[in-house]
Design a protein around this ligand. Structure first.
Ligand SMILES: Cc1ncc(COP(=O)(O)O)c(C=O)c1O
Length: 479
């Protein structure tokens, strides 16, 4: 017969599950069980064992049985016994099987770069903690009980209503809550739309490739599509944005119309109209990645392409740039014909976006905190961009900042052939940033491949920004 006991956490300080076979008597079984627990790493070095009496009571054995077992293991070197500090697992009783070791504290992350100018993240030190906490508190207090049950895969209605109003007002999106599906961000939206296995075998894809993409973009997104067996076809870029006149047999096209990522230009109005015409004529669909659409500094942001034809454009956004990529909250505004298939791809229940987080974001939007935060960050990022441009104008006037005054990053055009050495020099100086080549589609043709740096000016905390710009100017090539 096999007995097992879990002794109480308050006595031992940690749950200890002892598998004790009755073979060979209780004393021998307890010795074996404790030795295995130490050897396997379930009892970490230094762990204090329970007093004889309490373990004996838990296990239903005599006190002396526990005392004898402890004494034996002390003699074998697995345990140590010291007056006043009880019996503990010996410090040198290293587990033999490294894979079964008790997880140790995760080591602190290796120290990051001295100056972090990588694109991709907003200033984490500016996260609106107080306003978010207030929204969260209100959302929890007002949440109906069903918010704590299995979630609707479409997302909370409160958030979809708030987004429908916000996106119409701030981004010119034409929609209603029933066309919005909440997801955990842009990457998740791509998975839902193109992968066939997101919610288990058996469900089909919402969209199929080949998919035209801009010749510059995030390689992470391209890899995600490749993993879904979607072929991506690069569209060359020029001063007016993606050459959508090159669209042919593709079934869909993915664009960053408000602010091409990462090169920084907007899609020209004639191209916006042309891509919608292409979708209408060919039964295609436009995926609009509106990743930083709210952040335009030289004029009012241009509205979403989705506004031109809500039945031909999937508009995708998230809070990753406006608030934080840690929240993992995003949305898809879908043509009606894709709504059911997208919900099916999500599965029967919400498995990604926490309902309380969704309610907090709904409150954050409806209460005006989202607009206030975006306005505040717009001013801050604009000042940072201006500071970068001014520093370059005095210290490296031959380096041009390309693209519009928008977003959270800028592209610095470098003299031909210098990109790699500049990125290397930056790394030596403790500056983290990317070269433009990093973002180029591996099969891109039919256009120049200029040398450049992608500078994420939103990333450093406010107090560290000036030093980061100075350091950057110091590694730029001379005229
Ligand atoms: C081009 C681009 N699209 C979308 C996103 C947003 O991605 P996600 O919503 O998955 O965090 C980012 C990064 O924030 C981005 O750089």
């Amino acid at each position: 017969m096999e007995d097992s006991w879990v002794n109480s956490a308050e006595r031992i300080g940690a749950d200890l599950h002892l598998e004790m076979s009755a073979a060979g008597g209780r004393r021998a079984a307890l010795i074996r069980a404790l030795r295995d627990a130490v050897r396997g790493g379930r009892l970490a070095p230094g762990t204090r064992l329970p007093p004889y009496r309490s373990l004996a009571a838990d296990l239903g054995v005599a006190r002396n049985t526990v005392a004898d077992a402890y004494a034996e293991l002390v003699a074998e070197g697995w345990l140590t016994a010291r007056q006043g500090s009880g019996t503990r697992v010996a410090e040198r009783a290293a587990p033999l099987d490294a894979s079964a070791r008790v997880p140790k504290k995760v080591p602190a992350r290796a120290r990051g770069p001295r100056h972090d100018l990588r694109q991709g993240t907003p200033d984490a030190s500016s996260f609106p903690r107080a306003a978010w906490a207030a929204s969260y508190r209100r959302a929890l207090a007002q949440a109906p009980n069903d918010a704590f049950g299995p979630g609707d895969p479409a997302g909370r209605i409160e958030l979809r209503e708030a987004l429908a109003e916000y996106l119409a007002r701030a981004r010119g999106v034409r929609t209603e809550p029933s066309r919005i599906v909440i997801c955990s961000g842009f990457a998740h939206a791509l998975r839902l739309l193109f992968h066939s296995d997101v919610s288990g075998p058996g469900h089909g894809r919402v969209l199929r490739g080949p998919l035209a993409v801009e010749s510059y973009g995030l390689s992470f997104h391209r890899e995600l599509l490749t993993a879904a067996s979607v072929r991506t076809v690069p569209l060359p870029l020029d001063d007016d944005g993606a050459r959508v006149d090159g669209l042919d047999r593709e079934r869909a096209v993915l664009l960053t119309p408000a602010h091409q990522f990462p090169t920084g230009g907007p899609l020209h109005p004639s191209r916006r109209a042309a891509v919608v015409d292409w979708a209408r004529a060919r039964g295609g669909v436009v995926l609009e990645d509106d990743y930083d659409g709210e952040f335009r500094y030289d004029r009012k942001p241009v509205g979403a392409v989705q506004g031109l034809d809500p039945e031909r454009v999937v508009h995708i956004g998230s809070v990753s740039k406006s608030l934080s990529p840690a929240l993992r909250l995003g949305w898809m505004v879908l043509p009606e014909r894709y709504v059911d298939a997208t919900l099916e791809a999500k599965g029967e229940r919400e498995a990604w976006a926490s309902a309380p987080d969704q309610l907090a974001l709904a409150d954050f939007i409806v209460s005006g905190s989202y607009d206030r935060h975006v306005r505040r960050m717009r001013q801050r990022y604009r000042a940072r961009r201006d500071r970068l441009v001014a520093a370059l104008a005095t210290q490296a006037p031959h380096i041009e900042v390309t693209g519009i005054a928008a977003g959270l990053h800028a592209v610095l055009r470098l003299p031909p052939g210098t990109e790699r050495s500049v990125v290397r020099a930056a790394t030596w100086q403790g500056i983290a940033l990317d070269g433009l080549a990093e973002f180029r589609h591996p099969r891109a043709t039919g256009e120049d491949a200029p040398d450049g740096l992608v500078v994420g000016y939103a990333t450093p905390p406010e107090h560290a920004y000036a030093a980061a710009v100075e350091a950057l100017c110091g590694v730029l090539p001379p005229e």
